[in-house]
Design a protein around this ligand. Structure first.
Ligand code: PHE
Length: 342
């Protein structure tokens, strides 16, 4: 076959393959096959040595012309294929920013935690310091230093989990009063939030585990009106000005005089309902002036210092705040309750 025929065949073959191949890597294979070191055209060039001196320039020119033509065609095809490949990549890698997606589930703080944080903020704003103490407590702090000696009948009011004769699950946060007085010097202004335990049956308003926040102020000339002012301030901050407070005389062995504080029932706005047992009031805390006997037992000079204390029931506050009418809802861990408080 003459060189001219071979060239014509290579061009025809190239033409056909160029129109059929679909990607740049197939194109590269074709290029190597024709123009590469071992390619068809290169082979023709190498064979020129066998030609006569007259033929050589003529054939050389024809081969070069064919090579230029093929190179041109390959480059054109390359440009088209590259553009198509870029477009396809852009399409497949594109992110649709308008596509709706599932949002990550965000948790929320428990209502008890929410009110605890709120009260802490309120009381620290009034100059109180936050103290925490043990939930497994010595009888000595939980009862004896609170003026509830062994066999004192008032102990019966707090159905206690005894670990042994001297160790109990604290029935209130009041032992922190003793711990503070024994370790701090007046003036003392502390609050102690935490879990407390009583051997109670579970119902809509009782739980064997619940939460309190103790408050204690010891200084010179502290009076009942300081107690009242402090509690008013916290209730106003939490519930606003519409709510009423009622101080009801009460008895605690560690305070004298003692008062229980009721707030207007928010479920019925004071009209009387199931939640407030038809009274219009909900009890939220116990309080009073620290019994001088307790001051003395805890190493505070009762002729120089006086003080007040209070113990707030956090469940009551949370239920009031969020309109929860059954205390059990606070412990069931149902995410549907929590998601409403976000
Ligand atoms: N510790 C009492 C209770 O749990 C509440 C209280 C605290 C009362 C401080 C007076 C002073 O019922």
């Amino acid at each position: 076959m003459s060189v001219v025929d071979t060239l014509r065949e290579i061009r025809a073959q190239a033409e056909q393959e160029l129109s059929q191949l679909e990607n740049t890597s197939a194109l590269e294979t074709l290029r190597v096959h024709i123009l590469g070191k071992k390619g068809e055209l290169t082979a023709l060039l190498k064979g020129m040595g066998k030609l006569s001196a007259e033929e050589r320039p003529v054939v050389g020119a024809q081969i070069n012309e064919a090579r230029e033509w093929i190179t041109d065609r390959i480059n054109q095809r390359l440009a088209t294929l590259q553009a198509a490949e870029r477009e396809a990549a852009l399409k497949s890698e594109a992110i649709d920013v308008t596509e709706p997606r599932e949002l990550p589930r965000v948790g929320s703080a428990h209502p008890i935690t929410l009110v605890m944080d709120e009260l802490i903020e309120c009381f620290t704003g009034l100059g109180f310091e936050v103290l925490e103490g043990p939930e497994v407590e010595l009888d000595h702090y939980n009862f004896e230093l609170m003026n509830l000696p062994k066999n004192h009948p008032a102990r019966d009011a707090q159905d206690t989990f005894y670990m042994d004769d001297n160790i109990v699950l604290r029935t209130h946060t009041s032992p922190m009063q003793a711990r503070a007085m024994l370790t701090m010097k007046p003036p003392i202004r502390i609050i102690c939030p935490g879990r407390v335990y009583r051997a109670d049956e579970v119902d809509a308003t009782h739980s064997p585990v619940f939460h309190q926040m103790e408050g204690l102020v010891i200084d010179e000339n502290v009076s009942m009106s300081d107690l009242r002012g402090t509690l008013e301030a916290f209730v106003r901050k939490l519930y606003g000005d519409d709510i009423k407070l009622r101080f009801r005389p009460s008895f605690f062995p560690f305070t004298e005089p003692s008062a229980e504080v009721d707030l207007t029932c928010s479920a019925c706005s004071g009209k009387g309902c199931r939640i407030c047992k038809e009274t219009g009031w909900v009890e939220v805390l116990g309080s009073g002036m620290v019994n001088p006997k307790v001051l003395e037992m805890c190493g505070i000079d009762s002729t120089k210092y006086s003080g007040f204390a209070f113990g707030i029931g956090l469940e009551r506050i949370a239920m009031k705040r969020y309109g929860i009418t059954d205390m059990r809802l606070l412990y069931e861990g149902d995410a549907r309750l929590l998601s409403q408080l976000r």
